[in-house]
Design a protein around this ligand. Structure first.
Ligand code: PLP
Length: 371
């Protein structure tokens, strides 16, 4: 096996679930059950514009909010786009962590915002830079991924969570916390959600993509009732109706006890993969320090610019090693300077969809290219 791995393509490109982790039989059973159950015809009809009510009720109980505070959409990226359409006015700025989720940056820009990145440290954003940025302008919102961040793997510390929520109140801006990886904690203790620290200025977004399957397209948002009402109207005007059969299947997945067992299976599969990547990086690239995540899908490293030049991706491809362009994860810097070079030496390493042997081999090939 080891010999075959040496010539095999290794994709450190997409943060997707492992194919073997997708519970196709359980989903099939749940879909069949809901389609043949008492609500079978209703979930094939238009309706439930804020999302399938039993799912909103289930989430309301989980998050200790009212179902009116929940909007279920077709994946969380869809909800981010709706949020952007509602909150971003011409000329607005949006703050993100630097680096941040590439598709979120693109979405905010497409909706007309200038997206400014606040440097991310190993325990969350640099607060001094954030305060400097806030002294200049108030953003339409600040978008953060506090748990096992995509792409950096960083978890925001409790002190910085508190500071972020205090600043949101003080400067009166929305804090959007995107938490699709939060439940995938392999070690350590969960920290509070930002909404646990500040309910009035926080909008929480999450998704079943990493916890059951991305193709179900079930994501959700929690916010103040009035805000969710306006957003639901916008959703209705744009997509007419959510995908109710998969939302109903998610409810059945929970009620049959599959969610808890599936989550346990995911953790059992992914935890050794995280261990493998951390140990491979420490062995092959001992001089590079990186944030060691306790969960999620990503580890990232920043390598020396001289070693990387403009050719890293092409040289990696020659070794059958596929990497994402680090520049995609970088927004505009706070001083307005040219951002085109930012992130050229930033490497995101999604580890969940690779076996420990592939991870070890991939990091070995990477180390040869960057040192
Ligand atoms: C931080 C983050 N937010 C949102 C998404 C999009 O998820 P969904 O499939 O729910 O649209 C992803 C997907 O990778 C992500 O990493």
């Amino acid at each position: 096996m080891q010999g075959q791995v040496g010539t095999e393509q290794i994709l450190f490109t997409r943060g997707v679930p492992a194919l073997e982790a997708l519970p196709n039989r359980l989903i099939s059973e749940c879909l069949q059950a809901v389609l043949e159950g008492p609500d079978g015809k209703n979930i094939l009809q238009y309706g439930h514009n804020s999302g399938y009510l039993p799912l909103r009720q289930l989430l309301a109980e989980q998050y200790q909010v009212s179902p009116d505070q929940i909007l279920v959409g077709n994946g969380s990226l869809h909800l981010q786009d709706l949020l952007s359409a509602l909150l971003i006015q011409p000329g607005d700025v949006v703050f993100v962590e630097q680096p941040s989720y590439d598709r979120a940056i693109k979405t905010f820009r497409r909706r007309g915002a200038t997206v400014i990145g606040i440097p991310l440290e190993h325990d969350g954003v640099n607060l001094a830079v954030l305060e400097q940025a806030l002294a200049k302008q108030t953003p339409a919102f600040m978008y953060v991924i506090p748990d096992f961040q995509n792409p950096a793997g960083v978890t925001t510390s409790i002190a910085k969570r508190q500071a972020l929520t205090d600043l949101a109140t003080q400067h009166n801006f929305w804090l959007i916390e995107d938490v699709p990886y939060r439940t995938l904690r392999y070690t350590g203790t969960p920290l509070p959600l930002l909404r646990d620290l500040n309910t009035t200025r926080t909008i929480t977004v999450s998704s079943y993509s990493k916890l059951i399957s991305p193709a179900l397209r079930v994501g959700y948002l929690i916010g103040p009732t009035d805000f969710v009402k306006r957003l639901s109207k916008l959703a209705e005007d744009t997509i007419l109706a959510p995908v109710l059969p998969t939302q109903a299947a998610v409810v059945a997945f929970h009620r049959r006890g599959y969610f808890a067992s599936n989550l346990e299976n995911l953790k059992q599969l992914y935890a050794p993969r995280l261990k493998s990547i951390v140990s491979a990086l420490k062995t092959s690239l001992p001089d590079i320090s990186f944030a060691e995540p306790e969960g999620g899908f990503f580890v990232s490293i920043t390598v020396s610019q001289e070693k990387v030049g403009n050719t890293l991706l092409a040289r990696a491809r020659e070794q059958s090693l596929f990497l994402t362009d680090g520049r995609d994860f970088f927004a505009d810097p706070i001083d307005g300077s040219d951002s085109s070079h930012l992130g050229a030496n930033f490497i995101r390493l999604p580890f969940c969809a690779l076996t420990p042997a592939q991870i070890e081999e991939g990091v070995r090939r990477l180390a040869q290219l960057v040192q």
